[in-house]
Design a protein around this ligand. Structure first.
Ligand SMILES: Cc1cc2nc3c(=O)[nH]c(=O)nc-3n(C[C@H](O)[C@H](O)[C@H](O)COP(=O)(O)OP(=O)(O)OC[C@H]3O[C@@H](n4cnc5c(N)ncnc54)[C@H](O)[C@@H]3O)c2cc1C
Ligand SMILES: NC(=O)c1ccc[n+]([C@@H]2O[C@H](COP(=O)([O-])OP(=O)(O)OC[C@H]3O[C@@H](n4cnc5c(N)ncnc54)[C@H](OP(=O)(O)O)[C@@H]3O)[C@@H](O)[C@H]2O)c1
Length: 268
């Protein structure tokens, strides 16, 4: 082999190709993976990008994915559903380190600090894979610099579906980069709706009954103090909007920050 061929750059077969560096399967429905980060990619924690694989027709088959890693991370992390007959995830679930995926480096989204007015307490409300943007925000120092308290509510049907979030939250105090910012500011309130667990019930029910406030020793939602970010199914998001509006919080956007923001965790 000549010196020149040894240092020749690898020609990537895919457009916007990135290389998978790690894959973790959490349940038969959920996995996470890490991949290389395009040098040009700047994003705000909480945003999403389009990613995928080449489809059978030779055209990219792309879906929206929240970036689960924080903006300071050298690599990117994603947390994904496995839909058995889903056009993308029936194949994406089989990726291995060294494989290539397509990643369009154009991040967008509303679950960002810029879309919220300043406040004292930040509530993160997620069901299922809706945790992904919060996995990014929870590892961003800005989240803990901007708020005195951060309350993270995550609800899944089964205990095993909470594991990615549980391990992430547990790792935060020891994290050399984020640990000192988190301090004792984070309150974690995971619940299940089908498996037995220490805290049960839908996020919506635990808010309207007052249970979560009683359990955590917090006062009711107050638009002067509380800010919210919501990410789940369409039904969950709709029900959460009703609850937050009833408490006097208004929906914000990048162009007009307010007291809460919402994004769908998936369509359908
Ligand atoms: C803004 C945005 C951000 C998203 N971020 C993520 C993410 O971080 N992780 C992720 O796994 N998905 C995310 N999704 C969903 C993702 O875009 C795809 O729908 C998912 O990867 C499945 O693709 P598919 O082609 O296999 O099936 P699709 O044809 O896209 O979906 C088939 C059906 O599967 C169900 N479904 C799809 N996605 C989910 C999900 N995440 N949770 C539960 N049921 C689902 C729905 O009923 C849907 O109709 C996001 C969607 C949007 C709109
Ligand atoms: N998770 C599984 O084991 C499983 C297995 C096979 C297929 N699926 C299908 O996959 C799709 C997505 O499943 P998913 O579990 O990821 O997401 P999901 O159906 O949105 O449920 C996730 C969590 O959100 C709760 N929830 C749903 N709607 C809500 C609302 N309006 N207000 C408050 N909480 C709400 C659910 O509680 P409830 O339990 O009370 O609804 C559950 O704990 C669904 O169509 C589901 O039928 C799921």
């Amino acid at each position: 082999m000549t010196e020149q061929s040894k240092i020749a750059p690898v020609v990537k077969a895919l457009p916007d190709a990135q290389t998978v560096t790690a894959v973790t399967h959490w349940t038969d429905r959920l996995f996470s993976f890490r991949c290389t980060r395009p040098r040009s990619l700047r994003f705000r924690s909480g945003e999403f990008v389009m990613l995928g694989l080449l489809g059978d027709t030779g055209k990219p088959l792309l879906r929206a994915y929240s970036i689960a890693s924080p903006s300071w991370d050298e690599e990117l992390e994603f947390y994904s559903i496995k839909v058995p007959d889903g056009p993308l995830t029936s194949r994406l679930q089989h990726i291995q380190p060294g494989d290539e995926i397509i990643l369009r480096p154009k991040p967008v989204g509303t679950l960002v600090h810029d879309a919220l007015l300043p406040g004292k307490r930040l509530w993160l409300f997620a069901t299922g894979t809706g945790i992904a943007p919060f996995a990014s925000l929870l590892r961003d120092p800005e989240t803990f610099e901007k708020f005195e308290q951060v309350i993270f509510m995550h609800t899944c049907r089964e205990l095993a579906e909470l594991e990615y979030g549980r391990q992430l939250v547990e790792s935060l105090p020891e994290d050399p980069l984020i640990g000192e910012f988190v301090g004792n500011k984070l309150l974690y309130y995971p619940t299940t709706t089908q498996d037995q667990s220490p805290h049960m019930g839908r996020i919506t029910d635990n808010l309207t009954s007052g249970k979560v406030f009683a359990d955590l020793g917090l006062p009711p939602l107050d638009p002067e103090i509380d800010r919210g970010m919501v990410c789940g199914s369409l039904d969950f998001n709709t029900d959460m909007k009703t609850i937050l509006e009833a408490a006097g919080l208004r929906e914000g956007a990048n162009s007009e920050p307010a007291e809460y923001v919402v994004e769908k965790a998936f369509v359908g």
